[in-house]
Design a protein around this ligand. Structure first.
Ligand code: NDP
Length: 248
């Protein structure tokens, strides 16, 4: 019997928010296609939830095209793969950190979106969900490379919404505050230091954001959730946390 399920493609599915989105979308009845560089992790996920797992480096055009060629149909694209490198002030910015951040968070989204857009449109009910950040609309000192990339991502989401008006493709952006994932371990190059970023307050879980993504893509086709800003209760703004002293 033909598989009639809507197909949801998730980038950066080997960890954190992307992995949680795969589980959540599979639970909601989607056929999930998971992409990331670490294929071993994707394959373990595939065994668990029955998704497709294909290697993907969003910064590499050949990899993106190869990935897209393996996907005959796509209804939902979650542009989640992302990272934030560099912690210098703008006056002393690290070129390599900016390049890596922008190539992943901006060009990567552009490559994947362009490659899958015809299939999303052909589905008759396409939906792109870009995973932004509180830094899509706000900034913090020494976080320039990441905030600028997420501001750019928001500009891409808004531009796409204008350019695709009249076509059956919805564009949403989910902007999370602090979520406990491997993000800071990758950013700081150290798992222990990364974990310390979550001490003294209750961060969001990857599942919290996956819930928002799944809610967004399961609204009726005429409903477009443009943007969601989702923060932990303990976070009033970027860098403004209700930190509790460690219990003795
Ligand atoms: P993780 O580090 O846990 O996950 C990042 C995912 O992105 C991994 O699966 C990684 O897979 C993938 N990825 C990174 N680079 C590439 C690449 N070049 N090609 C393909 N996949 C790539 O972090 P999060 O889950 O937290 O991050 C997910 C998204 O959420 C990002 O866009 C991030 O900016 C955003 N976000 C996170 C917040 C947080 O507090 N954690 C807050 C706001 C936004 P692999 O290495 O296997 O390729």
């Amino acid at each position: 019997m033909a598989d009639e399920r809507r197909v949801a493609v998730v980038t950066g599915a080997s960890s954190g928010i992307g992995e949680a989105c795969c589980r959540s979308l599979a639970d909601a009845g989607f056929h999930v296609v998971a992409g990331a560089r670490r294929l071993d992790r994707l394959e373990a996920l595939a065994v668990e939830i029955g998704c497709d797992a294909f290697q993907l480096d969003v910064t590499d055009l050949d990899s993106v095209n190869e990935f897209a060629a393996q996907i005959p149909k796509a209804g939902v694209l979650v542009n989640n793969a992302g990272a934030g490198f560099g912690s210098q002030p703008i006056s002393d910015f690290d070129e390599d950190a900016w390049r890596r951040t922008w190539e992943t968070n901006v060009l990567g989204v552009m490559f994947v979106t362009r490659a899958l857009l015809p299939k999303l449109e052909a589905s008759g009910n396409g939906h792109i969900v870009n995973i932004g950040s509180t830094t899509a609309t706000d900034v913090l000192p020494t976080g320039g490379s990441y905030a600028a990339s997420k501001h750019a991502l928001r500009a891409i989401s808004r531009t796409l919404r204008l350019e695709l008006l009249g076509k059956p493709v919805r564009i949403s952006q989910v902007n999370p505050g602090l979520v406990e994932t491997e993000f800071y371990a990758v950013r700081l190059g150290d798992a222990e230091k990364g974990q310390k970023m979550y001490e003294g307050y209750t961060p969001l879980t990857a599942q919290d954001i996956a819930d928002c993504v799944t809610f967004t893509v399961t609204r009726p086709p005429h409903v477009n959730i443009d943007e969601l800003l989702v923060k932990p209760l303990d976070q009033a703004a970027i860098g403004v946390m209700n930190r509790r002293p460690a219990s003795t």
